[in-house]
Design a protein. Structure first.
Length: 103
């Protein structure tokens, strides 16, 4: 299991992602958020194939759902979900990632 928390920034939404993967071929996500766009994505999501999600090659269900329901291209929740999937499936080690924004 992997847990990822994404604090999205100026929108003020926090998303908690729990990923459970019995192997590297299937993963289920549980999403907690107050963002209505991410709630729509969570409602439409089914079991994911981690190998499809961690690569730009092939079909990514997560990228498809974000394209359909999330109007904000810079939303950091998508990479948070991908990171949760790959860690839960044993395809990456858990390590924090950060985006620092200054003006």
């Amino acid at each position: 299991m992997a847990k990822v928390t994404v604090e999205s920034g100026i929108c003020g939404f926090t998303t908690t992602i729990l990923a459970k993967a019995p192997d590297m071929f299937s993963c289920n996500l549980t999403i907690e958020t107050s963002c209505s766009n991410i709630q729509k994505i969570a409602a439409a999501m089914d079991t994911l194939n981690p190998l499809d999600e961690i690569s730009f090659k092939g079909h990514s269900r997560l990228r498809e759902l974000f394209g359909q329901y999330c109007p904000h291209a810079a939303c950091p929740v998508l990479p948070g979900m991908v990171k949760a999937v790959e860690v839960a499936a044993g395809l990456a080690l858990p390590q924090d990632a950060h985006i620092y924004v200054e003006k």
